[in-house]
Design a protein. Sequence first.
Length: 289
Amino acid sequence: MLEKGFVEVYYTHTKKVKEMQNSLEAYRLLRTPDLAVDIYKDMAVIHIFGAMPNKTELETSLRKQVPIREFFYKDRRGKGAGEAIKTKHQEIVVEENGHKFLINLSDYLDVGFFLDHRETRKWIEGQSKGKTVLNTFAYTGSFSVYAACGGAQKTTSVDLSETYCEWIKQNLALNHLPPEKNWVYKMDTLEFFRYAKRKDLHYDIIIIDPPTFSKNKGQTFSVERDYPTLINGALELLNEDGFILFSNNCTGFHMDRGRLAPCTVQEVKDLKAPDFAGTFSHWCFLIRH
């Protein structure tokens, strides 16, 4: 029954996903209520949301769909979730739309690259020529890479994690992007907003893609509670004709525009990657003066 179920899910995912296998090295193969399967070259990452599957049966079924050399499991079930299931260290470089990214398959719950933002990244690349781009909560810098490759005058990546800041620098170097035009700050986003305001720094494009919830030095961040502070802070740094791309993956998120400084807000629904069609992945808004 497992194999039949996987075949049905895979083929209802449709022709678009099959076509992507020929042009992409990283994509989502399928999603069921209990698990998701992401492919990175010939490696598979299995995200567990429900009952732990029979690994032998699962892997046999998946190998009938695509050639897979190794499997990596991530436990995302409620209590006790949040860690990769221990395995040997494995890093690879994958290419997306001509850009290269370092992927860590083994050591973290997330591998360093969010597949659901593929179309958003590509759109940002097309908007970035000659622009100054600020990428906050930058994670491993994929938006910065796309913006820089799209001809941005300058990118600035901000993340609180030293690990991620070094990862951003590695991704920039993989794509031969010079550090003097692509700055990286190890800093809290709101702290950076205050710094940028003191320095009278302004940007044409500001990307805000925060986690749903996080903790740092005893303080908590909640996107549902704190998004007005983020957006209002970014508006103070935004050039008159610029825009903010605000995104998050909080399923119950509601944008209360009354909590924002004067601005226009447009929800974006047409940048969804085809391999995430039919499932929730993130909210996305364009915000302007």
